[in-house]
Ligand binder design. Structure first.
Ligand code: ZN
Ligand code: ZN
Length: 311
């Protein structure tokens, strides 16, 4: 294959990729509002995660009384709940994009599908490798953080806020969580690219040159600890349990969309839901660019931004 062909994509969005105008100077409030509206005023992965947080909190959440003491039963309940959620999200996306090949290569970034049998993966298989690290390490560390938080909340150790305490802040906090998560991710991700940590830890995630939905949180346990530590903010900033569940779903479920390898779900020639993220897809191909996410322009500030036009 020629060098030129190797660098070509099956499909790419309109370039250059745009980053959030949140820190643009002078401020452009209209542009920033439009940016937020593209996430919050449409059916998007973010809206699905907020709805899931509400649904889970009211229907499938142990009582505060039960969570006052650590016990196997409620922690196992959280672990199983998280396994079901990730399987529903990553499993459905994988089923549609890669098993059914429901939209063939329409809006697919890479030319090839995921690597089925390659030696670098655990079990010599990308899908089995990704499911293994997601469930055994990812969901377990996610559940440990979640259990600590809900144990602390049930014992009034962390500041709790309900919507009637401060409706304005309650609403704004949902918008701030992905922005905070993006800033946190940039810092830990830069750290993970230092040679020693890259070779021993982060390399596991980067086995996926052409990622799929299950690659999202297919990471080394040390990376999972760093990655989910973003939620520690709720130990100091007043939050509601729904904020916290949403934050966990941002961390645990959103990567299944952003690593799906496709820009959007297309059914009957119509885009139904935004899925993949070309910005992060570039990181999986070229490694040394786009360490953050498009929600915060850190990559532009630190000179690591590839807007899709550079090789
Ligand atoms: Zn990734
Ligand atoms: Zn990386």
């Amino acid at each position: 294959m020629s060098l030129k062909n190797r660098h070509e994509w099956n499909w790419q969005p309109t370039l250059p990729i745009k980053l959030s105008p949140i820190l643009d100077w002078p401020p452009n409030f209209l542009l920033f509002f439009k940016w937020l509206a593209s996430y919050w005023l449409h059916i998007s992965s973010i809206i699905i995660e907020v709805l899931l947080a509400i649904f889970i909190f009211y229907l499938f959440h142990p009582s505060a009384e039960e969570m006052k003491n650590f016990s196997f039963s409620w922690i196992a309940q959280l672990w199983i709940r998280n396994c079901i959620l990730i399987t529903l999200v990553a499993g459905s996306l994988h089923f549609w994009f890669y098993y059914l090949k429901g939209q063939s290569k329409k809006l697919k970034f890479e030319k090839k599908f995921i690597d089925e049998k390659v030696k670098k993966f655990t079990f010599n298989n990308q899908l089995f490798d990704n499911i293994f690290w997601t469930i055994i390490s990812g969901v377990t560390i996610w559940t440990i953080f979640e259990s600590f938080y809900f144990w602390a909340a049930s014992n009034d150790i962390v500041p709790i806020m309900f919507w009637y305490d401060n409706p304005f802040w309650y609403g704004i906090f949902f918008i701030l969580i992905p922005i905070w998560s993006s800033a946190h991710f940039y810092i830990i991700h830069r750290l993970l690219h230092f040679t020693f940590l890259y070779k021993t830890v982060h390399n596991l995630h980067h086995r996926n040159i052409s990622p799929g939905p299950w690659s999202g949180i297919s990471m080394h346990p040390i990376e999972h600890i760093l990655y989910f530590s973003t939620v520690v903010i709720h130990f100091v900033i007043p939050s509601s349990p729904i904020h916290v569940l949403f934050h966990f779903y941002q961390q645990g479920l959103n990567p299944a969309f952003s690593h799906s390898g496709f820009d959007s779900i297309v059914i009957k020639d119509k885009k139904r839901l935004k899925a993949g993220d070309f910005f992060h897809q570039l990181h999986h191909r070229y490694f040394n660019c786009n360490y953050g996410t498009i929600e915060m322009p850190w990559d532009r500030f630190f000179g690591t931004f590839n807007d899709g036009t550079k090789k």
